[in-house]
Design a protein around this ligand. Structure first.
Ligand code: NAD
Length: 371
């Protein structure tokens, strides 16, 4: 059985499999074929894969693989076997037609961003492992762009107040952003639609911005849900006060398969003092800030708005390390002890992550979208 590792296209810097995980798979009896240079941008050179039993091949040779690993869907070559298993982060709710095309070609598709949010699946959750890095890097990026200090200083030349940081969304990225901003000495306020996160936010030393009446997301399998217009208006009114006083905003609020809610309006951005910085991690799905441009930095009235949803790629060595560990843990569910493919769709994680199999779309939400 051959597992093939594709080289991601620039500007992606991560790789879906590391030498460490290659070694684990080789020990299980699997052949691991790696596209030459696949790990270069993540600082895993070819020689490290070879040293642990991986085989370096030209990209065209990967069409022989039984399982193809990638991060982005755009890298999948068109000349692969009809029963190939594809694994990556395919955003199937945004790319339903591509999923249909792949189903038609007979591929079995596992999209790791749809993994169920259960305790057992935690070690395979690529959204969490990458969001953790994104939250950390968002704060570092904001701090390096900011024209003032983050921590409070009392110096002989005068005192410096601490930076005021507002964080929207206290999921994995948001919680890591709080912890990182706290370590840098900022004063932090946080908004989330899930009242359950209030305690976590407070235990990290931040203040929770209370807004009553959010839609209940407890039955959405760990993913956020859309809010009513009435709630959004109340949230905006409450946030306006905090935003006006803030120096830094980190936004992370996303809803799977939907456009991100615009929570920071143009007026709110205009109320911030020049030199303030906003990092919008939700940029790829439209952003939480009016004025965000995906993969661009714009300056509006002196406020810098950075639209970057792929901050994990700015720490490619660790991002790839944890991504590859997630992949290994998922592979263990679909391989038997001899390293052969053994798909068990009775397993809730295998079922929940499968998008296409045996010529059919097998994910209900994608099927509904296509109908
Ligand atoms: P996410 O990326 O889907 O969303 C980020 C945060 O934004 C969420 O906390 C969400 O409630 C919040 N949000 C959405 N709309 C908002 C709005 N209009 N205003 C303010 N905030 C808004 O979330 P995530 O980081 O993937 O995690 C969501 C939850 O799932 C967390 O509690 C996390 O711990 C949990 N989780 C569980 C597992 C698991 O058990 N395997 C894995 C990952 C995450």
């Amino acid at each position: 059985m051959i597992i093939g590792v594709l080289k991601e296209a620039s500007p992606e810097t991560r790789v879906s499999l590391t030498p460490e995980v290659t070694q684990a798979l080789v020990k299980m009896g699997v052949q691991v074929w790696i596209a030459q240079g696949a790990g270069d941008s993540a600082f895993y050179p070819d020689a490290q894969y070879e040293a642990v039993g991986g085989k370096l091949v030209a990209p065209s040779a990967l069409s022989e693989a039984d399982i193809l690993l990638t991060i982005h869907p755009e890298n999948i070559p068109t000349t692969i076997k009809s029963n190939t298993i594809l694994m990556g982060v395919f955003q199937p709710l945004f790319k339903a037609p591509l999923m249909k095309e792949w189903a038609g070609k007979g591929y079995t598709v596992f999209s790791l961003d749809t993994i169920p949010r259960s305790t057992r699946a935690q070690s395979m959750d690529v959204l969490s492992s990458q969001a953790n890095i994104a939250g950390y890097k968002a704060v570092l990026l904001a701090a390096s762009q900011y024209c003032r200090y983050f921590p409070m200083f009392m110096t002989a030349a005068g005192s410096i107040p601490p930076a005021k940081v507002v964080i929207l969304g206290a999921g994995v990225a948001g919680l890591q952003a709080i912890a990182t901003a706290k370590r840098l000495g900022a004063v932090i306020e946080v908004s989330d639609t899930r009242p359950a996160v209030k305690e976590e936010v407070m235990s990290l030393g931040a203040k929770f911005i209370e807004v009553e009446g959010a839609a209940d997301a407890s039955k959405a399998g760990g993913y956020a849900v859309e809010q009513t217009e009435e709630f959004q208006a109340r949230q905006k009114a409450r946030l306006a006060e905090s935003v006006k006083k803030s120096d830094i905003i980190i936004t992370t609020a996303q809803i799977p398969g939907r456009k991100a809610p615009v929570i920071i309006t143009e007026e709110m951005v205009a109320s911030m003092r020049p030199g303030s910085v906003i990092v919008d991690i939700a940029a790829s799905t439209g952003g939480n800030v009016a004025g965000t441009k995906n993969n661009e930095t714009v300056v509006v009235n002196g406020v810098t708005i950075i639209g970057n949803s792929n901050l994990a790629a700015t720490a490619p060595a660790d991002a790839s390390k944890v991504y590859a560990k997630n992949v290994l843990n998922f592979l263990k569910l679909i391989l038997d002890k001899d390293g052969n493919i053994a798909l068990n769709f009775e397993d809730d994680i295998v079922k929940g992550t499968a998008i296409a199999h045996a010529g059919q779309i097998v994910n209900d939400r994608v099927a509904t979208l296509l109908n």
